[in-house]
Design a protein around this ligand. Sequence first.
Ligand code: PAF
Length: 282
Amino acid sequence: MEVIETTSRLAEVLDGPRRSGKTIGLVPTMGALHAGHKSLVDRARRECDIVVVSVFVNPTQFNNPEDLRTYPRTEEADCALLEAAGVDYAFVPTVEEVYPEPDTRVFDLGSVAEVMEGAMRPGHFNGVAQIVSKLFAMTQPTRAYFGEKDFQQIAVIRRMVELEGFDIEIVDCPIKREDDGLALSSRNVRLTPEGRAIAPEIHRTLAKSPAMKESGMTPAEVKAEVIRMIDANDGLKTEYFEIADALTMQPISRWEDAGKHGAVGCVTVFCGDVRLIDNIKY
Ligand code: PAF
């Protein structure tokens, strides 16, 4: 595996394979890699001739400076994991390399980016669109792999791809969980022992919600019950739980209002000062 720091070197190594018709898989990450990222890398490895993994903590998507400052950075361990996973290129640029000039682009992401994470974290999705569009332009992958833990992010990236006219297949990959159900996240390392013990209640509660739907409860009733159950745990505080159409991300008030992609319940919960997200499909 070659560790690449510049866009010019990245273009140089990918030019030959691209010309000879090889498929290129890109896995964009912010590092602090765990088994969830590894599952994306493994899938890219199975499906593509060349695998590129970017490791870049993108400042433009952090609306909270403290979150950016405390975001875990484990570059050496990340490179070791990627090397062992058979990655061809780890792209590890500096902020100056990615943003030689401030990125002032504002993407017309529309309603998909206005709700849930978009409402709670102003500017976050525009920052995601900025970095992912840059990585797509730099790498020109055949396919790009994203984890469904950030369910709304995938919908936003699909919208950005449509806006920018990229010919790239977006591959969404299932959430990876600890044995006790906690969704794998780079932020989990910041949980206190008490937080780590209680955090699996988020998924345990979500997992009960399809049965609530089956029992005849409306989306509003399921929402209220899920929030009540999560918040009943000392140390957990729900920021939002929304039930939305899985394609448009717009909240639904009746189950029948979900389109052919079904509905998804998306939750954000504070566990101490660590903000955890998770979701469940209906
Ligand atoms: O999901 C993430 O880790 C980031 O939002 C991404 C897609 C790598 C962009 O920085």
